[in-house]
Design a protein around this ligand. Structure first.
Ligand code: PRT
Ligand code: ZN
Length: 283
């Protein structure tokens, strides 16, 4: 049995449960429970506040955890980051009142900055040779300048909407973050084996994200041109159609380039193009 810590509620809870479910590990969305158990995998879930997850894993009360990288960096907990999970993306940035004519980081010299991330901010300032006063506050950091608590803030930003609605402008980014899978450093061998099974499944889910399965019919004489447009996993799959001179081609295409690829494929005579979602890619 391996014990996984995830956020009990908040921004990472749902995506953490979804990732587990996509990996065939079903745990109850037990928001009121502290400890749950997977029905179909040797895994227990500990539901915690995100701030507590790195420390709990480092101390071994949980073996692994899903948490924002920002919390790992802020706590400085001695855990291994074993995977980036691709959700909960955000950045930790400095922001100043939008009325400030901002000349660069030297503006912060001797000024006060409100934040819930004093450790990350302290490191960033000292790396940049800026001495400023860090004021640690637990919540509502974005109101600090208007409330006269600090000259500027250092906080999590994703869309930037919160900054704008508080009359603040983002001026420098210290850290980029996303949800990560962390593990304790001295994981016993039997649990390491379970972790490897989890990683195998997470990787298969991760691989298929942002990709589509594409199949189409194409004149056989134009196959080489189609191959040039389709960088498949090993090589595209080709099957002859019952009509002479035609083939069916199957491949995997990145979401980002899907429409461009489809247009070019049409341009070389592809017909009956099907675009399908994929659940997993197992390498
Ligand atoms: O109760 P618990 O302590 O577990 O939760 P929490 O309230 O401390 O954290 P929560 O649920 O808000 O966030 C959990 C994790 O999600 C964070 O540690 C980050 O790793 C990640 N994450 C991703 C974010 C955001 N995006 C985010 N936008 N965490 C917070 N925000 C907040 C930010 O603090 C600011 O107030 O959203 C606001 C900014 O958003 P935009 O879109 O307006 O820029
Ligand atoms: Zn928290």
């Amino acid at each position: 049995m391996i014990r996984l810590a995830i956020q009990s509620k908040g921004r990472l809870n749902e995506d953490s449960l979804k990732l587990l479910a996509d990996a065939g590990i079903h745990v109850d969305d037990a928001k009121r429970k502290f400890l749950g158990k997977a029905a179909d995998f040797p895994l227990e879930v500990l539901y915690l506040r995100d701030d507590d997850i790195p420390g709990v894993v480092a101390e071994g009360a949980a073996d692994i955890g899903i948490v924002g990288y920002n919390e790992v960096a802020e706590t400085g907990a001695a855990v291994d980051v074993v995977r980036n999970l691709g959700f909960g993306r955000c950045r930790l940035s400095l922001a100043v009142p939008k009325t400030v004519d901002y000349p660069g980081l030297e503006w912060f010299r001797g000024r006060s900055i409100a934040t819930s991330y004093p450790r990350i901010l302290g490191k960033f300032l000292s790396e940049n040779g800026v001495e400023a006063e860090i004021r640690e506050i637990k919540g509502s950091v974005e109101i600090a300048p208007a409330a006269g608590i600090a000259d500027a803030i250092f906080d999590i930003v994703s869309s930037g909407g919160t900054l704008v609605s508080n009359g603040l402008a983002e001026v420098a980014t210290a850290l980029r973050s996303e949800a990560v899978l962390v593990a304790r450093k001295d994981l016993p061998a039997d649990r390491k084996e379970i972790l490897d099974r989890i990683l195998f499944r997470f990787d298969a889910v991760g691989e298929s994200r942002g990709k589509k399965y594409v199949l189409m019919n194409i004149p056989t004489e134009r196959l080489q041109e189609a191959f040039a447009l389709l960088p498949a996993m090993r090589s595209p799959t080709v099957m002859p159609l019952a009509i002479p001179g035609w083939s069916s081609v199957h491949s995997v295409v990145d979401d980002a380039s899907l429409w461009e690829t489809v247009e070019r494929l049409k341009g070389i005579g592809a017909e009956g193009i099907l675009v399908l979602n994929m659940d997993k890619i197992i390498d």
